[in-house]
Design a protein around this ligand. Structure first.
Ligand code: ATP
Length: 239
């Protein structure tokens, strides 16, 4: 799916959280890089239809959530910063519930859950209650939950923040592969420089403004920066 964000602004009272953002997201691993308070979660709120768009528009393959909610939502998989799992249910119960919300038949649902847990190295936790999992494992279940219906688009708001290195790398690699090998449209919001690869489309958000967007290597060349740290210094100095 292609997402076209057109001149979107968002305010909370007098706070301008997003200021005239325009960005096209194509299939692949798109990174939204910004520090705390830059406006990343506000953009996710608008993309997922949780918040109404005040100014501008967001088109999903040419149509808006307002006009085409159900078909668009079916194609989205979302991981918010806050967990949406029921900690008193097991991994299997949580995932089976979301599978049934998406209309998967029980036999298909069991197969899908088993495949996902395999890929996320969590097969041995099928019958464990979420409350007994560590943060990294909980986040892997969260990712499995958002992948259960094989969405064409993934919106992930700081999915690896606060996780141990093993879970961080596993989640990044599973999602990166989905984007690059299977053409899933991914928007990956982060403030971690090490999650940006040279070949990734990168959008940089500072104080609610999109200050740059292009393939990472092109931005490094444009600003004569050796790496993402230097690029960041140049852009924050100019902002
Ligand atoms: N409900 C709210 N009411 C008032 N101001 C808000 C609200 N939510 C966010 N803001 C403000 O809007 C701006 C953007 O916040 P937002 O949470 O979108 O940024 P972020 O990049 O996601 O940061 P973080 O990583 O800390 O969540 C910040 O100045 C924040 O204080």
């Amino acid at each position: 799916m292609e997402i076209d964000i057109q001149g979107v602004s968002h305010t909370y009272g007098k706070v301008i959280a997003l200021d005239d953002i325009s960005l096209t997201l194509k299939p692949g691993f798109n990174i939204l890089l910004g520090p705390n308070g830059a406006g990343k979660s506000s953009l996710f709120g608008l993309l997922t239809g949780l918040q109404r768009i005040g100014r501008g528009n967001i088109l999903f393959n040419g149509s808006t959530i307002t006009h085409n909610r159900a078909p668009i939502m079916k194609q989205l998989g979302v991981v918010f910063q806050q967990s949406t799992l029921d900690i008193d249910l097991t991994v299997k119960q949580n995932l089976a519930y979301f599978a049934s919300l998406h209309g998967l038949a029980p036999d298909k649902s069991i197969l899908r859950i088993s495949d996902l847990l395999n890929e996320l190295d969590l097969s041995d936790r099928l019958n464990t209650k979420i409350r007994h999992l560590n943060g990294g494992h909980r986040r892997r279940v969260e990712l499995a939950r958002c992948l259960i219906h094989q969405p064409s688009t993934l919106l992930l708001d700081e999915p690896t923040v606060g996780l141990d290195i093993v879970s961080r790398q596993l989640i990044h690699s599973v999602v990166h592969d989905l984007a690059v090998k299977q053409g899933v449209t991914v928007l990956w919001a982060t403030h971690l420089f090490e999650e940006v690869s040279l070949t990734d489309p990168l959008a940089i958000l500072l104080n609610g403004r999109l200050v740059e967007r292009d393939i990472c290597s092109a931005l490094l060349a444009k600003h004569q920066a050796l790496d993402i740290h230097q690029l960041w210094e140049v852009l924050t100095r100019a902002a």
